[in-house]
Design a protein around this ligand. Structure first.
Ligand SMILES: NC(=O)c1ccc[n+]([C@@H]2O[C@H](COP(=O)([O-])OP(=O)(O)OC[C@H]3O[C@@H](n4cnc5c(N)ncnc54)[C@H](OP(=O)(O)O)[C@@H]3O)[C@@H](O)[C@H]2O)c1
Length: 257
């Protein structure tokens, strides 16, 4: 299998570059495309048995619609998008190729991915699926096999809810009358950790986080849950019964842990 060439559309950027490095270290031929690369897509698809789409979420649909029809049935079309339902449906609808939806649950700075989680959604065909699963396992990754719908429902929690929570903290910090630099002088270890996460989300890839949240099909449910949680907390804090807040925490701890 190592004599195959793998094309990565978006291979000049974060996750695409990460995958290109991993494949090249494994002895594969890799061709990377960015927006400025001159190679036409039909040249890429005729040289590569596998094409990976790893472009920003907002550009993914258009790229799949362009490359999908050029892929032969015996080839593999796959993606690394952080959402799975729409890209997998589009890859199936726009190509005859084998199709796999893939989502690494970590960022591109992960030099050694051993022990990290990666999601696979098998959509069409077995041959390339076996190859890809073995590739991840050989690199020490934990492979999670699920449907695109289940993936997106869980990512609504692991990513959308999680990042919404961080963004809420960032907005609230910006609303206080005290500048962050002054607040930070009084940091506790937990505050330091959370402030670093807020900084990462607001400054590193705001576009990625925005799309991970607003394009998740289950984000409406998550907003309702978030609103209810805040309303429950407000009610418990404002209640004249001083036990209500403690009861809310204890009841929730029993559900969670
Ligand atoms: N970053 C993460 O933590 C992470 C984790 C897991 C999955 N993902 C997924 O990985 C994918 C790529 O994200 P990323 O963070 O790696 O993005 P990125 O660092 O911004 O890289 C994007 C890549 O796509 C190319 N590109 C940008 N706009 C394009 C367009 N309109 N048409 C074609 N190519 C375009 C860029 O090429 P040039 O800039 O060279 O033109 C670059 O190679 C996304 O689907 C994201 O959901 C990201």
């Amino acid at each position: 299998m190592k004599d195959i060439s793998i094309g990565i559309i978006g291979g000049t950027g974060g996750m695409g570059r990460w995958l290109a490095d991993l494949l090249q270290k494994g002895g594969y031929q890799v061709i990377v495309l960015g927006r400025k690369t001159k190679m036409p897509l039909d040249e890429l698809t005729s040289s590569c048995a596998v094409v990976v789409v790893s472009v920003p979420i907002a550009a993914t649909a258009d790229v799949i619609k362009q490359v999908g029809p050029l892929m032969p049935a015996k080839s593999l079309l796959m993606d690394l998008t952080s959402l799975k339902k729409e890209p997998v449906e589009l890859m199936l609808a726009n190509s005859q190729a084998e199709v796999i939806g893939c989502h690494p649950l970590f960022g591109p700075n992960m030099e050694n991915p051993a022990g990290q989680n990666i999601v696979l959604c098998q959509a069409r065909g077995n041959k390339w699926y076996d190859w890809l699963k073995k590739l991840w396992l050989a690199n020490g990754l934990q492979v999670l096999e699920t449907s695109p719908e289940r993936h997106d429902a869980i990512m609504a929690i692991v990513q959308a809810l999680n990042h919404l929570n961080t963004i809420t903290l960032g907005l609230a910090l910006a609303e206080t009358a005290i500048p962050l630099n002054e607040i930070k002088k009084y940091s506790t270890p937990i505050f330091q950790t959370k402030e670093a996460i807020v900084k990462k989300i607001f400054t590193e890839s705001p576009l990625l986080y925005k799309d991970i949240i607003i394009r998740n099909p289950d984000v409406g449910k998550i907003l309702d849950i978030y609103d209810k949680a805040l309303a429950d907390i407000r009610r418990a804090i404002q209640s004249r019964n001083s036990d209500e807040f403690k009861d809310l925490l204890e009841k929730t701890a029993k559900i969670l842990f």
